[in-house]
Design a protein around this ligand. Structure first.
Ligand code: ADP
Length: 642
């Protein structure tokens, strides 16, 4: 719709419309003039000299022809509303000329003595005067320019006649003139008002249509924005579902995220890559035809990823062969048509890229939501990788600390161990001495000697077993989660427990429930926890005069197998209860304060929990749980390539 006309001032548009109507109605008046003038001449043919008649007729018809020519030119004009003033002026002059020629009829009045002829001429002039009202009133000035020269000469001549009928005719002429001007003025105003109304209505209709169009455009825009919003909410929901699925390992989450991206972006291949210098390695992937698999390595320049890493925003194109991307080495080698990729950062460092691609062009362009979604996915992957890195570092440190703590425990148990090893060695040397003495004293029965040798062998086996346990306990190893029974764990450290309690004159009672389900645990670490708790219990009973007792129990609880180490020692100071698991908290003069905090970390890494309760009577109980092997996910960390 053309808005230009509404911008034009209303008065100008009304005037242009008036001029148009003037020309539309003009043919009627001109044709009337064209026909009536010869008729008048014919009536006067025998009375007025022919030369005068023909001269008058020629002049009048010439003006009429000029008006007809103007009408024709007006109809052929190119710009309908332009130059209204110009057209109005031209036609006004032509009408003024016509009016003047009609006014020239005064000659006919002068040359015709008959009142009848004069009345006929006056009638024709009145007709022309009144007819002009209808055809010329759209432009008032045109009508005035026509009417005044038409009527004034005959009227004035008639008024000047000393003859009542002619003077009356002149007076009537004046009245007709005034009436015609008044009527023209009235019609003109009415027309102007209705034109104003019509144009204003048209303007209103135009504004209404424009407003409607604008409202429709806004609605359309709103609908598009709503669709985009719905799309982005949907995408966020999917992403949230992927990353919030409980206990899902990051590897599975990344895999689920790749699947989600492939489906959402309509691309068949999803890749998490690791980039190092010029090396592009596939860390995780989804490829329908198995064209690419985990661990595959490409030259970075043969992938779209160098460009992806350079770009600050996600890089995407839908139809490589129809764009400059068709010259890219990746397109030349792999013919990947559609691609959307973004860099993945771990902390401040670039890790690689998350990208989706397809051998087929993508029909629709990637949307802002697509680009935002892939950016969010990359951020999540980056932080998951960072967490993995931190967890791996923490686990390494935890392993080192646990090892240091075990060595410390062994150090603390050194004198006991030395005693423990000394005893069988002393026994061995005694048995050997006895055997030798027998041999020196004469022949000995082989059976008698076998008995002594068997005793020596038994003692050396025992020594070997203790040394083996020390070596086992002192070794440094990565956590290894196995399905084990608690009783088997305890059997392996039975000697240590026995030695520690015996040495401090503590009575150790074991109460291990029958048919306990196996637990999924790293045996060495769990043994370390048990030994820590028992050694603490031994320390706690140090100042007790009553018979010192420790009860080591295990039973099946709601959270798995629950182990408890109960003593009748000094008990727990309630004000210090919260600080117990804090690293370096100790109440012992030579304590390190690491035993409980390491034990707690170990138990939590197994998916269990460690806590202490004061006993009803003397002493305290330390509990910890180990989820059973059947209901526990494997806590072992599977590291992404870092
Ligand atoms: P450390 O044995 O080197 O002090 P731990 O972390 O093993 O380090 O123990 C921290 C503190 O917890 C001990 O110093 C002690 O005050 C308290 N504690 C541990 N076990 C017991 C227990 N069975 N009875 C009373 N207090 C205990």
């Amino acid at each position: 719709m053309n808005a230009a006309p509404t911008a034009e001032p209303l008065a100008r548009r009304i005037f242009a419309e008036q001029v148009r109507l003037l020309y539309v109605q003009a043919p009627l008046g001109t044709i009337a003039s064209l026909l009536i003038a010869p008729l008048l001449a014919l009536v006067h043919w025998d009375i007025v000299p022919h030369a005068i008649l023909l001269c008058w007729l020629t002049l009048l018809e010439a003006t009429v022809l000029i008006r007809l020519a103007l009408i024709a030119a007006f109809q052929r004009r190119r710009e309908p509303n332009a130059d209204a003033d110009h057209w109005a002026k031209r036609y006004t002059w032509a009408c003024a000329a016509s009016g003047a020629c009609w006014g020239g009829c005064v000659v006919l009045l002068i040359l015709t003595p008959s009142l009848v002829y004069q009345s006929f001429t006056a009638l024709v002039l009145s007709g022309m005067l009144m007819g002009g009202v209808l055809t010329m009133m759209p432009v008032l000035v045109t009508y005035v320019a026509y009417a005044l020269p038409l009527s004034l000469p005959p009227v004035l001549w008639l008024l000047l006649q000393d003859d009542p009928p002619r003077a009356t005719m002149g007076a009537a002429g004046i009245l007709y003139l005034l009436l015609a001007l008044g009527t023209a003025q009235h019609y003109h105003q009415t027309l102007a008002r209705s034109l104003r109304l019509a144009l204003e209505n048209a303007g209103l209709a135009q504004s209404f249509a424009a407003a409607k169009e604008q409202a429709e455009a806004s609605n359309q825009q709103l609908a598009e924005q709503q669709a985009a919003l719905r799309g982005s909410v949907e995408a966020m929901r999917e992403l949230y579902e992927v990353i919030s699925t409980p206990r899902r390992h990051p590897i599975d989450q990344v895999q689920a995220m790749l699947a989600m991206g492939c489906q959402r972006f309509g691309l068949a291949i999803g890749i998490l890559s690791h980039v190092e210098a010029e090396r592009y390695e596939i860390v995780q992937t989804i490829t329908p035809g198995g064209e690419i698999s985990q661990g595959d390595v490409f030259a970075l320049d043969d992938t779209y990823c160098r460009d992806t890493l350079r770009a600050r925003e996600p890089l995407g194109f839908e139809h490589a062969s129809a764009s400059d991307w068709r010259r890219h080495p990746c397109y030349l080698k792999l013919k990947l048509e559609a691609y959307l990729g973004v860099s993945v950062r771990v902390g401040k460092h670039v890790y690689g890229t998350l990208n989706f691609s397809s051998f087929r062009p993508r029909p629709a362009p990637f949307t802002t939501v697509d680009r935002e979604l892939i950016q969010l996915m990359a951020r999540w992957v980056g932080s998951a990788l960072e967490q993995e890195q931190m967890a791996a570092t923490a686990q390494r440190q935890q392993t080192l600390l646990a090892h240091a703590s075990r060595l410390n425990t062994l150090g603390e148990m050194a004198s006991g161990l030395a005693h423990e090893i000394n005893q069988p060695i002393t026994a061995i040397s005694l048995y050997a001495e006895t055997g030798l003495t027998r041999l020196r004293n004469g022949p000995v029965e082989p059976a008698e000697l076998r008995e002594t040798l068997e005793k020596i062998a038994a003692q050396s086996t025992r020594t070997h077993a203790i040394i083996q346990q020390v070596r086992h306990f002192a070794r440094q190893s990565k956590p290894q989660y196995l399905t084990v029974r608690v009783s088997a764990l305890l059997d392996d450290i039975a000697d240590f427990l026995d030695m520690e309690t015996r040495r401090h004159h503590v009575h150790l009672r074991q109460d291990i429930g029958p048919d306990l389900p196996p637990v999924l645990a790293d045996p060495l670490q769990v043994q370390q926890v048990i030994l820590n708790l028992v050694r603490n219990a031994v320390d706690a009973t140090g100042s007790v005069d009553d018979p010192r007792t420790i009860r080591l129990s295990a039973h099946l609880g709601p959270d798995g197998v629950e182990l408890a180490v109960q003593d009748n020692g000094s008990g727990l100071d309630p004000s210090l209860l919260r600080q117990l698991p804090h690293p370096f908290f100790t109440t012992k003069p030579d304590g390190l304060g690491l035993g409980l905090s390491i034990s707690q970390s170990i138990v939590e890494a197994h998916g269990g929990r460690l806590w202490a309760t004061p006993n009803r009577g003397a002493g305290a109980t330390f509990h910890f749980t180990l989820p059973t092997a059947t209901r526990l996910h494997r806590p072992e960390r599977v590291e992404l390539t870092l």
